[in-house]
Design a protein around this ligand. Structure first.
Ligand code: HEC
Length: 161
């Protein structure tokens, strides 16, 4: 599911619970809810989670899960480019930078997952991680450094197939 849809659904639920009647005034048609745009930092937080899950899925040889996390990563990048085409003092359009730094490694990951090749997967994963860090550097956020995760991020999800 797209981040936008999920976030919007959650927000709608919150509003419905917390503000009964607040969206409509007597005598006036109800106002359309204002759009919610997820922040780039929040998208990146989710990207970080997916990056970690992708690693453990690949390590466990759980290829359907790896393919899923890979897809979610791509959706997150697409959302980042769509909702934040220009971000703060980042010198270039985000979409262009994302393509420049992640397109190749993501394609390598696609191939590795398709072929169920763990060695290839590890190389492609490191390549993607380098892309994340290179983009952070180019964007002026070089202090955000990501790496291969060492511990699964969640104890309530099984990574083994
Ligand atoms: C456009 C190039 C770009 C790419 C590619 C990119 N990032 Fe980011 N990332 C950013 C920017 C810009 C920020 C700072 C956003 C902000 O202003 O909060 C950021 C922030 C982050 C943060 C900090 C979030 C927080 O709130 O602590 C993490 C973690 C992160 N990115 C992970 C990743 C991972 C993992 C990848 C690769 C799978 C990745 N990023 C790829 C540009 C990028």
């Amino acid at each position: 599911m797209a981040i936008r849809t999920r976030a919007a659904a959650r927000l709608a639920l919150l509003l419905a619970a917390a503000l009964p009647g607040a969206c409509s005034r007597p005598g006036k048609p109800p106002e359309a809810p204002r759009g919610y745009v997820i922040g780039l930092g929040e998208i990146m937080g989710l990207t970080q989670m997916r990056h970690a899950k992708l690693w453990f899925a690949g390590q466990a040889g759980n290829w359907p899960l790896a393919a899923y996390e890979l897809d979610e990563l791509k959706e997150g990048f697409a959302d980042a480019a769509h909702y934040h085409p220009h971000h703060k003092n980042v010198p270039e359009p985000l979409g262009r930078m994302i393509a420049e730094y992640t397109q190749e490694p993501l394609a390598e990951l696609d191939t590795a997952v398709e072929r169920q090749d763990k060695a290839r997967f590890a190389t492609a994963f490191d390549h993607l991680t380098q892309g994340c860090n290179a983009c952070h550097e180019a964007a002026g956020f070089g202090f955000n450094v990501v790496q291969r995760p060492t511990v699964p991020p969640y104890s309530n999800q099984r990574f083994e197939p």
